[in-house]
Design a protein around this ligand. Structure first.
Ligand SMILES: Cc1cc2nc3c(=O)[nH]c(=O)nc-3n(C[C@H](O)[C@H](O)[C@H](O)COP(=O)(O)O)c2cc1C
Length: 187
């Protein structure tokens, strides 16, 4: 085994698209990989200092969409360009948004699944940012991505993950097993 010391190499990482409203009411989006489930109805995100951070200081509501193969280029774009520097940022993505019915934040309709969230707590706040602990108020799934029983069909969504070792995006592959079930074979 070769040692690499401490690196931010948790594998795999999500590609979260955080939606907020700018001061003028226009939607903004940024990419975040450092986030995950915190508790049953709660998520966490490591938030730096961005236009999004300013938006969240005015309003604690935001959305989290899960990036897909189809939205990959624009999802990376919103992670490398700030609304602070490019007022045309969101026009360049080509994404469409509607206002969430449950929180004061945009829902980008180009994504199959979106969490509608509200900050509960900002942890370790400093000029560099903080850790968001947020309540998941509701989850929206485009009807085109439901299975016959009406449940979200994640296999249809073509989700991507972020691979931090080589800074790559990978498409999720095929289903290989059933959680809490296949392991029973070894009981
Ligand atoms: C792959 C990737 C992952 C990122 N992960 C995070 C993250 O977890 N937290 C964060 O604060 N910024 C993260 N960023 C950086 C922001 O997305 C980026 O600074 C963005 O331009 C901020 O946009 P805004 O200033 O318009 O809000 C990531 C960027 C990329 C490309």
């Amino acid at each position: 085994m070769k040692s690499f010391g401490s690196r931010p190499w948790m594998l795999p990482q999500p590609v979260l698209i955080i939606g907020t409203y700018n001061a003028d009411g226009a939607p903004n989006a940024m990419n975040a990989a450092w986030g995950g489930q915190w508790d049953r109805g709660e998520i966490m995100i490591s938030m730096g200092s961005h236009a999004t951070t300013e938006n969240l200081a005015r309003c604690a509501d935001f959305t989290v969409a899960f990036a897909t193969k189809d939205t990959m280029v624009a999802s990376d774009f919103v992670g490398i360009v700030s609304a602070r520097n490019d007022p045309q940022k969101m026009n360049k993505t080509g994404w469409t948004s509607v206002k969430s019915e449950n929180v004061n934040a945009p829902v980008f309709t180009d994504f199959p699944m979106t969490m509608e969230c509200r900050i509960k707590e900002k942890m370790d706040e400093s000029e560099e940012g903080y850790y968001i602990l947020a309540e998941v108020v509701n989850i929206l799934v485009d009807e085109n991505y439901l299975d016959a029983s009406g449940s979200p069909d994640v296999a249809k969504m073509n989700l991507i993950t972020y691979e931090p070792v080589s800074h790559s995006y990978f498409a999720l592959g095929e289903k290989v097993g059933n959680a809490f079930a296949d392991g029973k074979k070894l009981k």
